[in-house]
Design a protein around this ligand. Structure first.
Ligand SMILES: NC(=O)c1ccc[n+]([C@@H]2O[C@H](COP(=O)([O-])OP(=O)(O)OC[C@H]3O[C@@H](n4cnc5c(N)ncnc54)[C@H](O)[C@@H]3O)[C@@H](O)[C@H]2O)c1
Length: 351
C-alpha cells in the first residue's frame, strides 16, 4: 500500500490470546501461524498502530502495555474508547461478555473489530451483536483465524480449481476437544471449505451429567466424540476426535490433507499415490485478519467474513450442542431457540 496514515488499534482483554500467547516448544502449529496474540499481531500488521490496551485486571493490562510498548493502559473499555478514539478494537475477553462490548463499541464510533471466537453463548446475544455491527457498518474479522492463513487459502483455491472434482467431505482432526473452546475453529473450517452453503442439519455426540443439561441450557463445554455438519448440497463436514490438527478435503478424484495445521500439504490421488505440495508463504492468520480491517477502513475493501456468516457459525455450534443432549438427533439450524445457552463451562472456567 502507498504511504498513508496508520489506523489506530486498541485491545480489550489482555489475557492469553489478547496479549501473551506465544509459540511453545512442542507446538504442533507451524511458526508461520504466529503471532496469534492480538497485541503482537497488531504490531506486526503493516499500517496498524497499537495505541491502547484494556483489561479489568490492571496488573495484566500494565504487563501487556510493558510487553507491547503501549503507554495508554485502561481497566474500563468505555473510557478507553472515549479518550483514545481507536479506529479498530480487538476483543479477547471470554465469550459471555463479548456481545455487550461489541454492541457498545459499534454504537460508539468503532469502525472495525477483530472478534474472538465464539461470538456468544446463545443466539439472542449473538443476534443483538450482529444487528449492532450491521447497523453501524462495522468491518469485522473473526478469531477463527485459519481461514485467513495462507496454507488454508491455498488449499481452498485448489478445491475451487475443480481439478479434483467435486468436494464431498471435509474431515477435521482437532483431537478430543470442546465445542465452545476448540470447535469454533472446526465449524469455521467446515463452513469455509463448504463455501458457506446452506446447512441441512447438525449432529453430535458427547458425554454429560444429566444435572448439567436441559432443553434451555448446557452448563458445560461439551467434549465431542464427533460432530457432523450436513450441507444441503450433499457436502459433509465431519468433526472427529482424532489428534493431529489435520484437515482433510475429500473430493471425487482425490484428497488434500493440511497436515499439522499447515506444516505440510499432501495430495493423494485416487490410486493412493501421495505427493507433497509446496506451501505458499504468508503472514499469520491473525495478522491477515487485522490487515483486512485496515484495508476495509482505508480502501473500503470488503472483509472476507460477514457478521451474518459468523451468526450462522454460531447457529451450527448451538445445533451441535443441542443434538448431543438428544441422542445425536438431526438438528436443523432454525430449530434452536434464541435463548438456548451453552455456557462453555469447564470446572469453574468459561470458554
Ligand atoms: N483464536 C484462538 O486461537 C483462541 C485461542 C485462545 C483463546 N481464544 C478465545 O479467546 C477468549 C479469551 O481466551 P483467553 O485464554 O485469552 O482468556 P483469559 O482469561 O486469559 O483472558 C481474558 C481477559 O479478558 C479480561 N476481561 C474480561 N472482561 C473484560 C472487560 N469487560 N474489559 C476488559 N477486559 C476484560 C479478563 O480480565 C481476562 O484477563 C476465549 O473466549 C477463547 O475462546 C481464542
Amino acid at each position: 500500500m502507498g504511504k498513508q496514515k496508520s489506523i489506530k488499534a486498541a485491545v480489550i482483554g489482555c489475557g492469553r490470546i489478547g496479549a501473551f500467547t506465544k509459540r511453545v516448544a512442542g507446538e504442533i502449529s507451524p511458526a508461520s501461524e504466529f503471532p496469534v496474540n492480538h497485541c503482537a499481531a497488531i504490531r506486526a500488521a503493516p499500517g496498524v498502530e497499537l495505541i491502547a490496551v484494556c483489561d479489568l485486571n490492571l496488573e495484566l493490562a500494565q504487563k501487556a502495555g510493558q510487553s507491547h510498548k503501549v503507554k495508554n493502559i485502561y481497566t474500563d473499555f468505555k473510557k478507553m474508547i472515549a479518550e483514545q478514539s481507536p479506529d479498530i478494537i480487538t476483543i479477547a475477553t471470554r465469550t459471555a461478555e463479548r456481545p455487550d462490548i461489541i454492541i457498545y463499541a459499534a454504537n460508539h464510533g468503532i469502525k472495525g473489530m477483530h472478534i474472538e471466537k465464539p461470538l456468544a453463548i446463545n443466539l439472542a446475544d449473538a443476534k443483538k451483536a450482529v444487528r449492532a455491527l450491521q447497523k453501524n457498518r462495522v468491518a469485522i474479522s473473526y478469531g477463527a483465524v485459519r481461514r485467513y492463513s495462507s496454507v488454508y487459502q491455498q488449499t481452498k483455491k485448489i478445491i475451487q480449481s475443480g481439478r479434483l472434482g467435486k468436494l464431498n467431505r471435509i474431515i477435521i482432526e482437532f483431537g478430543k476437544s470442546s465445542l465452545m473452546w476448540t470447535h469454533p475453529h472446526s465449524v469455521d473450517l467446515v463452513n469455509y471449505f463448504a463455501d458457506n452453503s446452506e446447512v441441512a442439519y447438525a449432529q453430535s455426540s458427547f458425554k454429560f451429567n444429566k444435572k448439567d443439561v436441559n432443553n434451555k441450557k448446557i452448563d458445560l463445554d461439551p467434549v465431542l466424540d464427533f460432530g457432523l455438519v450436513k450441507f444441503k448440497n450433499g457436502v459433509s463436514g465431519l468433526i472427529t476426535d482424532r489428534d493431529g490438527r489435520n484437515t482433510g478435503l475429500i473430493c471425487e478424484r482425490g484428497e488434500i490433507w493440511i497436515m499439522s495445521d499447515g506444516r505440510s500439504l499432501r495430495l493423494k490421488d485416487n490410486n493412493g499415490k501421495i505427493r507433497n505440495i509446496k506451501i505458499k508463504k504468508g503472514l499469520s492468520g491473525t495478522i491477515t485478519a487485522i490487515s483486512e480491517l485496515r484495508e476495509s477502513l482505508a480502501r473500503k475493501k470488503p472483509t472476507s467474513i460477514t457478521a451474518e456468516e459468523i451468526l450462522k457459525e454460531q447457529r451450527i455450534l448451538m445445533a451441535l450442542g443441542y443434538s448431543g443432549i438428544y441422542n445425536s438427533r438431526k438438528t436443523a439450524l432454525q430449530d434452536i431457540d434464541d435463548n438456548f445457552t451453552i455456557t462453555g463451562r469447564t470446572g469453574n472456567l468459561y470458554a
